[in-house]
Design a protein. Structure first.
Length: 221
């Protein structure tokens, strides 16, 4: 037992990766291609976070999910592989260039039919889903896009989630900047304010985990 989370050095982290469920070939290849070709590869979630979200969706028997911020599609692929044959992800992103990288690997894994990619501002896509009457119909939502709009995405995802559904909010530790009150740039302040809001929000039961760059889980009550 331990009274606090273990600090991961490279040796421990490598051991962790060697003992989680192995990535599918498509996931591994997509992760490696992203790292090799894009300077912004740090935007990709880590393998352990992808495995964790996949497990959450399996535990929940999730079928309908949301993703706000898809990048090259690694996290979408992880979730899609966990969904049943009739499952779907509504994936929101602005970049055709980045998401086109993932399409090949979605096809390779046999899950492309589950991923409904919407290339438009995420807030507009979420509003459209609400206007279509899809509120309360989603099981899981992952938010990992522009930080200044996180609050808007959180509120709209909360409307779209069913009771008992789960929102996962990424980058809540933000490299430690959210914990440093002297850092007051727009993105950090937005994250810091949302962190406080969620911790006080009686519409959800939440916790914050030191996974990746910090991951908040909020279950809709």
């Amino acid at each position: 037992m331990s009274s606090r989370t273990l600090t991961l050095n490279e040796s421990i982290y490598d051991y962790l990766l060697s003992n989680i469920r192995p990535e599918s070939d498509a996931m591994r290849e997509l992760r490696e291609v992203t790292h090799a070709t894009l300077r912004m590869h740090v935007m990709q979630v880590s393998p352990e976070q992808a495995a964790f979200m996949s497990l959450l969706c399996r535990i929940m028997n999730a079928r309908n999910t949301l993703e706000v911020g898809t990048f090259t599609g690694y996290s979408a692929l992880a979730v899609a592989e966990a969904l049943p044959a009739n499952g779907r992800i509504v994936a929101c992103d602005l970049s055709k260039e980045w998401t086109d990288i993932g399409r090949k690997y979605w096809e390779q894994a046999g899950v492309a039919h589950k991923i409904d990619l919407r290339l438009a501002p995420a807030g507009e896509t979420l509003s459209q889903l609400i206007d279509e009457g899809q509120q309360g119909s989603f099981d899981f939502a992952f938010i990992d896009a522009d930080k200044s709009n996180y609050d808007d995405y959180y509120e709209k995802c909360l409307i779209l989630l069913r009771e008992g559904g789960l929102i996962a909010v990424d980058n809540v530790l933000w490299g430690g900047r959210t914990a440093d009150p002297s850092v007051i740039d727009v993105d950090t302040v937005a994250l810091r304010e949302l962190n406080k809001k969620i911790s006080d929000d009686n519409r959800v039961f939440s916790t914050m985990l030191p996974v990746g760059d910090g991951l908040t889980l909020a279950q809709k009550l």
